[in-house]
Design a protein around this ligand. Structure first.
Ligand code: HEM
Length: 422
């Protein structure tokens, strides 16, 4: 394995992307750190090889990873899947073997198996299915905002950002309302592992994932016998080349969808509100021109927030990216948060600006490879519809405290953020 190479911030702190401490730093420090890494790489030094610690007790400390931080490098890695495999895991840490079954869905498959699975599940994301969801997004958003108006003050994440994507994904998957809180707790535990508010313990993570997996398998088996019009029924009955999803495959896909459709959109919405509050001129402009501005604003929100901070690949053979030689079996982490701030593509990239003309070039949903986010259109609609309802009913909504950030190098999360709603 290559030697570790560590750059320093101006205050002398090491830039250690594989340590949880790094993710406690302020966003401005994080921006400085990635700007340094990008600068070094763009000027010929290549990528840094970073040390990696387990973020959770009982987890495995891996051998380290290359950090891809420049926009073009990330695109190259994403778009050459024959060289960069997803099969050994898509987060920078080592995946404990006990969790493989639960997190073994298509996001950790390579083609041809991945393409087959994607074709199968795409049936659940046709324009017709998304159109049926549109109505539930609008109704849910309107109700949440109306409730908040009565409250006067509340937690933005709890009242708006978390329940909307959760409710929508539960509707899609055919989860009854009484089970939504349980799904919410499981997804928090899975993506919050490593944050003391959720869990620091591998055993607890495994129990949560196993609970969700069993729940999903039971749901899938039920829909096989008693189909309805939800995605669970579509998926359990769809066939590609005469093959159907097994209940176990459905179980891990359910976990992927519930986690991917829930935590990501939640954090885009929370950071979007945070940034619009701190840029009142842009908030006003958006409210006054909602029809034309809501789509570019939704892209800029995802670019700036980069709710998924990274995805990881593993080299199938020796391969060169820019000035960096990566050997077979080495891990490469694509820092989408950094690609989305690359000064060669986004001028003053750490600045939130809904008037950028190229926000849609962002890498927040992936950089165009075979795993490009399947739910991107749905996420865009959820963001647009929720802000439409918020700004129509409570245009004076104000954030009244600092966001309480999730401790994570994977999800750029906000756990809590107070607001007033009158
Ligand atoms: C703002 C919200 C969202 C963001 C930022 C986001 C981001 C991402 C990213 C970065 C990937 C991996 C792309 C790659 O490495 O090439 C991904 C994959 C995926 N996302 Fe999303 N996502 C969001 C919302 C959603 C929603 C709402 C759903 C489902 C309803 C969803 C379902 C998926 C699935 C199924 C995959 C795996 C696709 C595959 O492996 O082929 N995502 N997403």
């Amino acid at each position: 394995m290559p030697d570790f190479r560590t750059l320093q911030l101006d205050n002398g702190d090491d830039i250690l992307l594989g340590h949880n401490d790094f993710w406690l730093k302020s966003l401005d420090e994080r921006d400085d750190a990635f700007a340094k890494l990008r600068h070094e790489n763009a000027h010929g030094a290549g990528m840094c090889f970073h040390e990696e610690l387990s973020v959770i007790e009982g987890g495995i400390a891996g051998p380290g990873f290359w950090s891809a931080v420049n926009y073009d490098d990330i695109r190259q890695i994403n778009r050459t899947p024959h060289a960069f495999s997803s099969a050994a895991g898509i987060t920078l840490g080592e995946q404990p073997p006990e969790t493989l079954e639960f997190f073994g869905s298509m996001i950790v498959l390579d083609d041809p198996r991945h393409a087959k699975m994607r074709m199968l599940v795409q049936k659940g994301f046709t324009p017709k299915t998304v159109a049926t969801i549109e109505e539930s997004v609008r109704t849910r958003a309107r109700d949440l905002v109306a409730q908040a108006r009565e409250m006067g003050e509340c937690d933005f994440v709890e009242q708006f950002a978390a329940p909307l994507p959760l409710g929508v994904i539960c509707d899609m998957l055919g989860v009854p309302p009484e089970d939504e809180q349980q799904i919410f707790d499981w997804t928090n535990l899975i993506l919050g592992a490593g944050d003391p508010d959720f869990t620091m313990d591998l055993h607890e993570l495994i129990l949560g994932a196993a609970g969700m997996f069993d729940y999903a398998q039971a749901l899938g088996e039920d829909r096989l016998k008693h189909p309805t019009d939800d995605i669970a029924s579509i998926l359990m009955h769809a066939e590609v080349d005469g093959e159907r999803l097994t209940a176990a495959e459905f179980g891990s896909f359910f976990i992927l969808l519930a986690v991917a459709g829930n935590e990501t959109t939640r954090n885009a919405i929370s950071w979007g509100m945070h940034q619009l509050h701190h840029h009142p001129d842009q908030k006003r402009q958006l409210i006054e021109n909602y029809t034309e501005m809501s789509m570019p604003a939704a892209e800029e929100i995802v670019r700036w927030a980069s709710p998924v901070l990274h995805m990881r690949r593993t080299a199938n053979f020796d391969v060169q990216v820019g000035n960096t030689k990566i050997s077979e079996g080495e891990k490469v982490v694509m820092w989408y948060w950094s690609g989305n701030r690359d000064e060669n593509v986004f001028t003053n990239g750490h600045r939130f600006d809904i008037n950028r003309t190229n926000s849609k070039e962002q890498e927040g949903y992936g950089a165009g490879g075979p795993h490009f986010c399947l739910g991107a259109n749905q996420a865009r609609r959820e963001i647009q519809v929720l802000f439409d309802e918020i700004f129509t009913q409570i245009p004076d909504i104000a954030i009244t405290g600092e966001p309480d950030r999730l401790v994570s190098g994977f999800i750029n999360g906000i756990k809590r953020m107070p607001c007033t709603t009158r």
